[in-house]
Write a protein that binds this ligand. Structure first.
Ligand SMILES: Cc1cc2nc3c(=O)[nH]c(=O)nc-3n(C[C@H](O)[C@H](O)[C@H](O)COP(=O)(O)OP(=O)(O)OC[C@H]3O[C@@H](n4cnc5c(N)ncnc54)[C@H](O)[C@@H]3O)c2cc1C
Length: 402
């Protein structure tokens, strides 16, 4: 039975992360948004206190209630979403590794996605391509096995990759048997400084500008057989089953990762929404027009009431999904529900926050316009809102809705 009362450990983590978000992340947010660069010094500070590190992530993964991670993420993103993504981006690679690798592979590569406080390292999870975003079954990046050397040769271009090209560890999803679409794909680790992997264009973005997003070009990249996540025997068996059945029902590696990380992405959006709500509530009490605080007008007060409702509803969906992910699994697309609801809420709440601040809200002197820009990514990455609706519709109907 789910119990959403946070335990002492979780309450302590919540207050510890909030302190870091308030004292270190938020004061740095404007500068790194303007610089549009990866905020190495801030991530280094997070590593020093153990917030950026594989141990923290693995401890959170190990929490049976599932709530520790979304609680921590909400606080980080309450501080700032661009810096938040810089801190959380490596977790995508770690989740890809944990979801598809053997225990030995996880222990070897996940720590290398983080490094240590003296020298931080980064991980990147590379799925999307210029012509395959929502439709991850159509990946063109190809991995071919070279039996003579026991190596995989990988060629292709990945698009929109968080930490792409600057990461130490790239986890790449590629087609091994393109005819089998999603069921013919596998995940590979590309170790640091592997020849043939380079950064393509770095994108100039609307929001989360402190997070680095770039193309990753794979040009005859050769990795040893042990870099195939899960191992060759498991892949061969999976491909044989898929060939035999035509439709194996097995999850694609990329989709399995995204499904598991959805409540966390919802928690990111939730952190932004809460930041905007708290800020605009305070502002509405202090700002006077027509001789009274603007909150005394129902038009403003009801906006704030709706924000509070939507934020709490989002958190409940996220916590339910996080709990289910550890205890019994999703049945009706609960992971997607949480990400969908929180993302749309964040966009709406941050837009209303701009409205409450009026002209001030529209300027870069105040943080709400940044929160609005940052919120928008959450309806796009890790499955757009439309794709979340598709997952939910299929889950509740049992039909292959297109
Ligand atoms: C800042 C940023 C960071 C990112 N980080 C990563 C990363 O680290 N790793 C990674 O692999 N990818 C990453 N992505 C890629 C992201 O996951 C994709 O952009 C996303 O999946 C959407 O794919 P697309 O851009 O190709 O859009 P498309 O798939 O072309 O979609 C365009 C529009 O069509 C709609 N649509 C598509 N198919 C359907 C359908 N069947 N039914 C209804 N509507 C549909 C979509 O909802 C959307 O509105 C990142 C993207 C951004 C912008």
């Amino acid at each position: 039975m789910a119990d959403f009362a946070l335990n002492d450990d979780q309450l302590q983590i919540q207050s510890w992360v909030h302190g870091f978000a308030e004292d270190v992340i938020r004061p740095a947010a404007h500068e790194w948004d303007e610089r549009e660069e990866f905020p190495y010094p801030v991530v280094q500070e997070a590593a020093k206190i153990g917030l950026y590190g594989w141990e923290f992530l693995m401890n959170s993964f190990g929490d049976q209630t599932g709530l520790t991670l979304p609680v921590a993420i909400e606080e980080i993103f309450w501080g700032d979403a661009g810096i938040g993504m810089a801190i959380m981006g490596s977790a995508l690679a770690a989740a890809g590794l944990s979801g598809n690798g053997t225990p030995e592979q996880v222990m070897e590569w996940v720590p290398q996605c983080y490094g240590d406080a003296n020298k931080i390292q980064l991980g990147a999870f590379c799925v999307s391509e210029p012509d395959a975003g929502s439709d991850v079954s159509s990946l063109r990046t190809r991995a071919v096995y070279d039996q003579a050397t026991d190596e995989w040769v990988i060629n292709g271009t990945k698009a929109w990759i968080t930490n792409g090209g600057i990461a130490d560890i790239h986890v790449v999803v590629a087609a091994v048997e393109p005819d089998l679409k999603g069921r013919g794909q596998a995940s590979f680790v590309i170790p640091p400084a592997t020849k043939g992997l380079s950064q393509g264009q770095k994108y100039k973005k609307h929001g989360i500008r402190a997070s680095h997003t770039a193309e990753v070009v794979l040009d005859d990249v050769r990795v040893p057989g042990r870099c195939l996540l899960g191992g060759k025997e498991k892949l061969d068996a999976k491909l044989a089953r898929a060939r035999e059945r035509g439709h194996s029902g097995e999850k694609q590696p990329a989709m399995a990762t995204f499904e598991a990380t959805r409540p966390s992405v919802g928690a990111q959006a939730l952190g932004i929404a809460r930041a905007a709500y708290e800020y605009s509530l305070q502002y509405a009490k202090e700002r006077h027009a027509f001789g009274r605080p603007i909150i005394m007008n129902q038009a403003i007060a009801f906006k704030l009431a709706n924000m509070a409702v939507e934020i709490d509803a989002s958190r409940l969906l996220i916590w339910r999904a996080a709990w289910l992910a550890r205890n019994g699994g999703f049945k009706n697309g609960e992971g997607s529900m949480s990400k969908y609801k929180a993302s749309e809420t964040a966009v709406r709440v941050t837009e209303d926050a701009i409205q409450i601040l009026g002209g001030y809200g529209y300027t870069r002197e105040y943080p709400v316009e940044r929160w609005h820009r940052d919120a928008k990514i959450h309806t796009i990455f890790e499955g757009t809102s439309e794709i979340q609706q598709l997952v939910i519709a299929r889950a509740i109907s049992g039909l292959r809705i297109e």
